[in-house]
Ligand binder design. Structure first.
Ligand code: ZN
Length: 452
């Protein structure tokens, strides 16, 4: 195994601080765009797109879109939690940069987001989101949007609410008022509990006759804790997840039906992926920093850009600068970069810290330092470390922490230094401000698997 250059964390922290203070560049020539669409697919794994190589899950609409889009295959999120991850997507700041490190925290008024900048530049800004409990307007992500629609599912557990999201998004796109339009559409369907509508519920495992036909979190818990696990139950849950992906593909096709792609730019990504029982027998994402949860799709189609697969690193942190660049705005002022114009990251620049802060009663916080070739996952409270060679072991099956590698020891020191240099701060959610969540909120959090 050959190791890349060892990281210097002072360099890493300096690069982050430097980016945040980077002066704005002069605006690029304003392209002839009338529509800019950001699609965030909650809980959508990078490897479930046909265009990213999945031979089984059917995603014909995404694949058709991808043929003329730039597709970053190595894209990662900074945090596998919905509220902070979307704050990163909209602001271009890391979780510790904007201050949201857990679900249901509120974005500080001082943070400038992409919709605020677009609106100041004369754009009409509209959002439709599909999870009030983690993306409702009370968390401040509505700032900068002229309108902020929240989809309320017709049933709980929700099934097929992506159709409502799509319908609302199409209505918002159709409501021209003379200004160019920025639309953010957030889909929540792939999130637990998996419950795709017919016929997508039987697309990948129509013969299942086990005990768990009804969507619930009970099965996930039993599979995580039980001694006598039936592989058919595990396969069925993964098949239901795949059904949600194919259902979302239909929604995406419908969403773009009336969009003139000669005058529109569309960026598709996710806030995080999903573990499907590969690690810790876990279905979910909030406690995981494996690549199943960190890697995300990242596709950008613009009228003027060349399509094709891009092998360099991308981060959800880059969304705000990239879309600002597409809209002809200055691309500075964030920790990310305009992926269309910036030089690819190399060497120390590929170092990237991700973290997660699950519900207190569920798991300890953990941190990961990842570069193109290797990764260290560290949980200070439980004093556990895992080390992976992402080249020879992309599935992160073989923990190398016991091998006494100097390289991983230094990665661990870098990660500890990063935490001391940029402390995570205090988690204070809107519920903490109110003395705890109300019963309805607690029920919804439990239903999504977020409560302990
Ligand atoms: Zn999410």
């Amino acid at each position: 195994m050959t190791w890349p250059r060892v990281l210097g964390l002072v360099l890493l922290a300096g690069a982050l601080a430097g980016c945040a203070r980077e002066p704005a560049k002069a605006p690029a020539d304003r392209p002839d765009l009338d529509t800019l669409v950001l699609v965030t697919l909650d809980t959508f794994r990078q490897d479930r797109l046909g265009s990213n190589g999945d031979p089984q899950t059917r995603t014909p609409n995404f694949d058709r879109f991808a043929r003329r889009a730039a597709c970053w295959r190595n894209a990662v999120t900074a945090i596998p939690l919905t509220t902070p991850s979307h704050a990163t997507i909209l602001s271009g700041l890391s979780p510790r940069g904007h201050g949201l490190i857990a679900n249901r925290m509120r974005l500080d008024e001082s943070v400038v987001t992409l919709p605020m900048r677009l609106r100041d530049a004369g754009w009409r800004t509209a959002a439709v989101v599909s999870a009030r409990v983690v993306l409702g307007p009370e968390f401040g992500l509505d700032r900068g949007f002229d309108t902020y629609d929240v989809i309320e599912p017709a049933t709980r557990p929700a099934s097929g609410e992506g159709a409502q999201t799509t319908e609302t998004a199409r209505r918002l796109l159709a409501e021209h008022d003379g200004r160019p339009t920025f639309l953010w559409a957030h889909f929540f369907d792939a999130h637990l509990p998996y419950a795709p509508p017919a016929p997508w519920d039987g697309l990948y495992d129509s013969g299942y006759d086990g005990a768990y036909r009804e969507p619930s979190l009970g099965l996930q818990r039993e599979l995580a804790e039980g001694d006598d696990v039936d592989a058919r139950d595990v396969a069925w849950l993964a098949a239901q997840y795949a059904g949600e992906i194919s259902f979302l593909d239909r929604c995406f096709g419908d969403l773009l039906r009336d969009v003139d792609l000669d005058r529109a730019a569309v960026l598709v990504t996710a806030d995080h992926g999903e573990g499907l029982y590969e690690h810790r027998r876990y279905f979910g994402h909030d406690t995981l920093l494996y690549d199943t949860a960190l890697r995300v799709p990242f596709l950008l189609r613009t009228p003027d850009a060349r399509g094709g697969v891009r092998s360099e690193d991308a981060r959800t942190l880059d969304v705000a600068a990239t879309l600002a660049g597409v809209a002809g705005l200055p691309t500075g002022g964030t920790e990310g970069r305009d992926l269309r114009r910036a030089a690819p990251r190399t060497g120390d620049d590929t170092a990237f810290v991700a973290e997660t802060h699950p519900a207190r009663e569920k798991a300890w916080p953990s941190y990961a330092l990842r570069n193109g070739d290797s990764k260290l996952i560290w949980s200070p409270r439980s004093r556990t470390r895992e080390c992976y060679d992402l080249v020879s072991d992309p599935a992160e099956r073989h923990d190398l922490s016991g091998e006494g590698s100097d390289y991983f020891r230094i990665l661990g020191e870098d990660l500890e230094l990063d935490l001391r240099t940029r402390p995570t701060g205090t988690i204070r959610t809107v519920d903490d401000e109110r003395g705890g969540p109300d019963d309805a909120t607690l029920e919804q959090l439990k239903a999504l698997g977020y409560a302990g």
